[in-house]
Design a protein around this ligand. Structure first.
Ligand code: MN
Length: 347
């Protein structure tokens, strides 16, 4: 069994402060970053389950929808989206007395919703594992960049507050899902032993981890598989001497393969399956705005976040970052090639 030291991450004084804030709160809002992933959604659902068991009215509001492959997550049908009903979301955020901000740590990650959160008089708490948190964005900032996921942090905090015994199987499923998706099925950023202590505790809640894996990773359409095949065959270019690759995806191609939200998931990781590759860059035309969405993945110590900041107006983790470029795909390719050259000493 894990020891207290592995799982108790908050100092007593901070723990009591948090417990008091929750005790005094009547209306709680949980939000996570734009384009929520398995971790953002899983952490929100897991925390909401805990708070609702305490009798707290808790609403989850995301800036925009999560991918279809997460729709099976228990409780996800009760999540509302800021973009769908700005008026309602604004009033919920305004009336809240406590707001949890999960899996992000600067208000620009939630775009338009950031203003509403900023203006709300609620006490705000950030729980996150991204680098360089904006310490001014909330009253309490729990920032643990070494955690594999925000779900890991939510589990630990609930555990420390004594909420494990009553944790439902559904909440355990949500928290496991976030840990699994943020580590690519425990294949990266997942060497810390405490992760497996937590998994063991979650398995004791009768979750079916093999089924969760299938629900997330083996639940795509035929179109998606053919789309992957097409991109890998036609649209991926290796820069062998730099141990890097660039793939491009246009709006027209997404339309041709009936692309739905989430279909691109995991694609950017695939070039790293080639021996010796250290960096994969994906450039994808946004479906609505005239911008190029950039995703970066790396192995070992190659700093995707530094490259994303310097070249792609973004940031993120050491091995996984993102950004966007405000110009056409052809120019974006040139920028990506420049970035590879500028970082060649690290590749
Ligand atoms: Mn995360």
């Amino acid at each position: 069994m894990p020891t207290k030291n592995d799982l108790f991450i908050l100092h007593d004084s901070v723990l009591f402060k948090l417990i008091n804030l929750i005790r005094e709160a009547h209306k709680i809002v949980i939000c996570a970053h734009r384009s929520p992933d398995g971790d953002a959604l899983g952490a929100s659902l897991g925390l909401a389950g805990y708070l609702r068991r305490l009798g707290k009215s808790t609403a989850i509001i995301m800036p925009n929808p999560f991918p279809d492959f997460l729709k099976w997550l228990p409780g996800s049908n009760n999540v509302s989206f800021f973009d769908d009903n700005i008026h309602l979301a604004n009033s919920k955020i305004k009336q809240a007395d406590l707001i949890f901000m999960l899996d992000f740590s600067s208000l620009d990650r939630i775009k338009e919703m950031g203003n509403a959160v900023c203006e709300s008089k609620a006490t705000k708490i950030i729980i996150d594992h991204h680098l360089d948190p904006d310490m001014t964005a909330a009253d309490l900032v729990f920032s643990y960049p070494s955690a594999c996921s925000t779900c890991e942090l939510i589990f630990k905090i609930i555990y420390q507050m004594g909420g494990y015994e009553d944790m439902s199987s559904k909440d355990a499923v949500c928290l496991y899902t976030g840990m699994m998706t943020d580590t690519g099925g425990f294949t990266y950023n997942s060497t810390s032993p405490v992760i497996y202590s937590i998994i063991s505790l979650l398995l004791n809640k009768s979750i079916d981890k093999d089924r969760i894996y299938r629900n997330v990773f083996n639940n795509y359409s035929e179109n998606r598989l053919r789309f992957l095949g097409y991109i890998l065959y036609e649209k991926l270019r290796f820069y062998e001497s730099r141990r890097a690759s660039i793939m491009t995806i246009t709006r027209e191609e997404m339309k041709r393969f009936h692309f739905i939200r989430g279909d691109g998931e995991g694609l950017v990781n695939m070039p790293l399956q080639v021996r010796g590759m250290r960096l994969s860059i994906s450039l994808r035309e946004d479906t609505e705005k005239d911008v190029i969405r950039v995703s970066l993945r790396s192995v070992d110590d190659f700093p995707c976040n530094e490259m994303a900041e310097q070249f792609f107006n973004g940031g993120g983790h050491l091995n996984a970052s993102g950004g966007e470029l405000p110009f056409p795909l052809e120019e974006a390719i040139l920028t990506a090639e420049k970035a590879i050259e500028a970082f060649k000493h690290k590749l």
